[in-house]
Design a protein around this ligand. Structure first.
Ligand code: COA
Length: 263
């Protein structure tokens, strides 16, 4: 592992083309204050154009929490203007993750509540430990989710189930999250990072530009102003000029593994 840039609230490291981001506020159950969200955003943006990095794993320090939500102590006295700004900025951070051209996997090591669940939902794939718990408990605090929880939860588990969890504030266990499609895999805590690495190591063998394109096309389905089919048609056509496409098809016909260069 190579430690990368210094941040106040997260630890970043890289190894074997994977960038690891660990939320480092264990004593506060990795609650997301404004500094943490800013650190996460800067860390993710820092690898957008880094050709040495092929995927990201986002997790929380310790075994109790991925992130237990936005930092209640920080926002408890916010004004209407400050609350609106908090939500706008939070949406921006999560959009930076969602639009990352490299796959981002949330390795959910415990509670993913409120902003913590919203952060996990902005990642492309979620894997959780058996002890993980999910929920949007904002209604207990007299507010709604503010980091796109109402949107992404309904997209991932369906409107009826999402409304139940959003209105009751109940927690969902790992098995229910798996059954509902909120997470892709449930694994023992000690296998959490290795399962995420296994997936990224597989994705790493594919053409990087095709991976970035898949992310853009799928995201287009959820963009109000985009027609996902048009985006896909354009993305597909553009590949016919790429070296990786020539290499991929040639490798298939020559019955050998492709060696993609990312151009
Ligand atoms: N914001 C700020 N601090 C938080 C926090 C949050 N969202 N979640 C936990 N913490 C802090 C606690 O205040 C406590 O700090 P302290 O030791 O200085 O008092 C510390 O983390 C440990 O939490 P604690 O509540 O003592 O742990 P627990 O095991 O009894 O309960 C939870 C765990 C997750 C059930 C509980 O912490 C909780 O309900 N957190 C808030 C969840 C929430 O509403 N999130 C949505 C926010 S919009």
């Amino acid at each position: 592992m190579t430690a990368t840039a210094m941040y106040q609230t997260i630890i970043t490291e890289s190894k074997d083309q994977i960038f690891y981001i660990t939320i480092n506020r264990e004593d506060k159950l990795n609650a997301l204050n404004i500094q943490t969200l800013s650190d996460i955003k800067n860390a993710v943006l820092s690898i957008y154009d880094d050709s040495t990095i092929r995927g990201v794993i986002l997790t929380g320090k310790g075994t109790k929490a991925f992130a237990a939500g936005a930092d209640i102590a920080e926002f408890a006295n916010f004004t209407v203007e400050e609350g609106t700004k908090m939500s706008e900025e939070g949406h921006g951070v999560l959009r930076a993750i969602d639009h990352c051209p490299k796959p981002v996997i949330a390795a959910i090591n415990g509670f993913a509540l409120g902003g913590g669940n919203e952060l996990a939902m902005s990642c492309h794939i979620r894997i959780c430990s058996e002890r993980a718990r999910f929920g949007q408990p904002e209604v207990n605090l007299g507010i709604t989710p503010g980091y796109a929880g109402t949107q992404r939860l309904a997209q991932l588990i369906g409107k009826g189930r999402a409304l139940e969890f959003l209105m009751t504030g109940d927690m969902m266990d790992a098995q229910t999250a798996l059954n509902y499609g909120l997470v892709n895999y449930v694994v023992p805590q000690e296998q959490l990072i290795s399962k995420a690495e296994e997936l990224l190591n597989k994705i790493k063998t594919k053409a990087p530009m095709a991976i970035a394109s898949v992310i853009r096309c799928v995201n287009a389905y959820y963009e109000k102003r985009a027609d996902g089919n048009d985006v896909e048609i354009n993305e597909f056509g553009n590949f016919f000029g790429s070296e990786d496409f020539i290499e991929g098809t040639k490798a298939f016909l020559e019955k050998r593994p492709a060696n993609f260069k990312g151009n």
